[in-house]
Design a binder for this molecule. Sequence first.
Ligand code: KG4
Ligand code: ZN
Length: 345
Amino acid sequence: MYILGIESSCDESAASVLKASGQKTEILSNIISSQIDIHAQYGGVIPEIAAREHVLNILPTIEEALRQAKISAKNLKAIAVTQGPGLLSSLIAGVETAKSLSLAWGKPIIPVHHIIGHIYANFINTNKQPQFPLLALVVSGGHSNIIYMSDHYQFKIIGETRDDAAGEAYDKAAKMMGLSYPGGPIVAKHAEEFRQSGKSSIIELPRPMIYSPDFNFSFSGLKTALLYQLQKDKNWKDKISEYCFAFEQAIIETLSHKIIKAAKKYPVKSILLAGGVAANKALRLQLETEISEKLPKIRLSLPNLSYTTDNAAMIASAGYFNYYKHKNKSFVDLAKINARCDLKM
Ligand code: KG4
Ligand code: ZN
């Protein structure tokens, strides 16, 4: 069967066609119309501009996804669309487009929770799908969660951030140091330069909540600690790579410490990484090393890089696995689907 995925929760209008049968999935197209260059001028996403861009881009993006997949609308089984959470005015563009197409084409809609979409990026195009029970570490611009899954579409949040998300902390750290938006890739690039230099850093930053008995995170204090260090250091502009490295190490050591602690409490077969911060190579490497040393029986699943930051392939995948588990119950009455910025899992 073929599923069309649509994603518009923040600053990417995206559409994708997924071909699926049983547990096998294959992405036939994955089109992303990014607004990053527009928002970069302002150092962050401007919701009003994002909404207008979605309205312009969403239909051409969907058309291109169908064209590249060589699929016509009549071959689709369903339309999976991100219902929330995200920026409300951005979500509305995707949800209302999906509803209109659903009526025009006579195809059902499967609403998808954005975080569940990120998780299901790990179930795309792979012969080695994550095994249940599993723990998902979801780290994006809006979320940092540890989620326990006993089976497909069974979620229990066991840890979450009390304030900023990991990606948000990267973005804010970058802004403090005058680096461009989004901050994650540029901070990671500087950090890697410092790592490659072979030097050691004397900058000390906290590993927030590392000793707390729960599985929650807090990255706002780390950001403030970085700000104070920069304010104290007259020469910080000459040491940007070192500051990026120290900041990135604090984030990745905290994330890996918490997920390993969670896996010691919850016996699982797999750990999966998801969300925009899952694109971070140092984090991927740290998890690979730590998990193979400390939890050798657990399989680590890392999403393909093209499915880490926001995309519609992951939404199509999540929609498909909802259908795989619940069959026609995964289809929702059009009148009941509205974009929800605060959608709960
Ligand atoms: O999942 P995503 O595209 O959007 C949300 O759902 O929030 O994640 C975007 C976040 C941004 O904060 C961005 O800075 C971060 O992911 N990010 C990275 C990297 N690439 C993107 N963070 C660290 N390292 C990266 N390579
Ligand atoms: Zn996302």
